[in-house]
Design a protein around this ligand. Structure first.
Ligand SMILES: [Fe+2]
Length: 144
């Protein structure tokens, strides 16, 4: 899998670097290919998966937007809830449909480490990437 990391905001793009980062608008040159970005986080903190791996749920008949086919994807970080403290917290959660970026949820220590996306589009799978300020990037996938 080809992974490209924005050196400005930490956003990850799958397959190719974009002309501009869809989160912070940094140009293509600011992306560095690192196909092992998730592996490196897991290897640095082998015990940390239980607190960092996003736990996903997909709700196909979400009722928030009546008359639509809204699909709700919720992500909790992680199986054991990750701390949200000034020195250690989940900074953001990014959502992708078929590896195409659709949403970033920014986080602060004032919230629980969870986020949701209400999808207008569908595809084969949703991917969620989160970044911890101390423990790096972690991801999970679910079928749509
Ligand atoms: Fe962490």
């Amino acid at each position: 899998m080809n992974l490209f990391v924005c050196q400005v905001c930490g956003h990850i793009e799958f397959n190719a670097a974009p002309d501009n980062c869809p989160v912070c608008w940094a140009p293509k040159e600011k992306f560095t290919q690192n196909n092992d970005v998730f592996k490196e986080s897991a290897e640095k903190s082998p015990e940390a998966g239980v607190k960092h791996q996003p736990k996903l749920s997909v709700e196909k008949e979400c009722s928030m937007f009546e008359g639509t086919e809204c699909i709700k994807v919720a992500a909790r970080i992680g199986e054991t809830v990750h701390p949200m403290e000034e020195k250690h917290f989940i900074q953001w959660v990014d959502f992708y449909v078929d590896e195409k970026f659709v949403k970033r949820a920014m986080m602060t220590p004032s919230v629980f480490p969870g986020a949701a996306a209400h999808l207008k589009v569908t595809g084969k799978k949703v991917t969620v990437v989160e970044r911890c300020n101390l423990h790096g990037w972690w991801s999970a996938e679910a079928a749509l």
